[in-house]
Design a protein around this ligand. Structure first.
Ligand code: BGC
Length: 255
């Protein structure tokens, strides 16, 4: 049984808690600090270091990042400062906090946790987790194996990046009613379904807490759509699990 500190870096907040990776339980109450603006590498690394200190952590840590992460190197950063692009994040965090870390995409981490402990537990075939928050993140599984770094939040709908129209942030920024936002989400999910034909779509991210406000409105979809069950802790839990199973650089994650 391993205990790993899970750290989830988002567009608005950075959350952390120690996780028992065998049960998926948080072993202490999670702590949250605001994401710095601008969210440059130095500024974000500093906040992560504060969270590590807050738990007096000396073990391993798993860290999510809201962008494409290949072998620990950041390739995109749509909702953080673009200075992240090209940064070896594993090295940047390890140099600062002096602990062994792994870094993976935030939605992939949430997906890994939901597949092992949540709404996707035991589900085979093609499963897609989508997180609706500052952006739209995606995690694609085939028979429990993660296909890392899918970016289905950036497919084009009506000539626009889907996350600009249908993320939770877009709902807030455009002051959309639940009904009109649900219409946008359904249109987006219809596109995604046409591309991937998943058997199950799991809806996660901050908005999954309010699933009753919009999931019942998604009536025209073929795939089964369910809310994430770990909700906002999924990223923290999945980050810790990735460190436990993959080590510091990317490896195949089989849930
Ligand atoms: C990023 C993804 C990320 C998602 C959710 C998107 O803008 O491109 O990598 O998973 O936001 O944070």
């Amino acid at each position: 049984m391993a205990h790993v500190l899970g750290i989830d870096i988002g567009g608005t907040g950075i959350k952390a808690a120690p996780v028992d990776t065998a049960s998926g339980e948080l072993t202490a109450e999670r702590q949250k600090l605001p994401t710095p603006h601008p969210a440059t590498p130095d500024a974000v690394v500093e906040v992560v270091a504060k969270l590590v200190q807050a738990f007096d952590w000396t073990g391993q840590a798993g860290i999510t990042f809201p962008g494409v992460v290949v072998n620990g190197v950041i390739l995109t950063a749509a909702n953080l400062d673009h200075a992240w692009i090209g940064v070896d994040a594993v090295k940047a965090f390890e140099d600062s906090i002096k602990l062994a870390v792994t870094v993976l995409n935030d939605a992939d981490a949430a997906g890994v946790a939901e597949m092992r402990f949540g709404a996707g537990k035991g589900v085979g075939g093609t499963v897609l987790l989508l997180t609706f928050g500052t952006g739209i993140g995606s995690a694609l599984f085939t028979d429990g194996v993660l296909v890392p770094n899918t970016e289905f939040g950036h497919i084009e709908v009506r000539g626009k990046d889907a996350e600009r129209r249908a993320s939770e942030l877009a709902r807030e920024e455009h002051d959309l009613s639940w009904g009109s936002w649900a219409g946008r989400v359904e249109e987006y999910l219809t596109h995604v379904d046409a591309l991937l034909s998943p058997g199950l779509i799991i809806v996660g991210g901050g908005v999954s807490r309010k699933a009753d406000k919009f999931l019942p409105r998604l009536t025209g979809l073929r795939a089964k759509v369910v809310p994430a069950s770990l909700q906002n802790d999924a990223g923290i839990v999945g980050a810790a699990m990735a460190m436990d199973s993959a080590g510091s650089r990317q490896a195949t994650i089989h849930v």
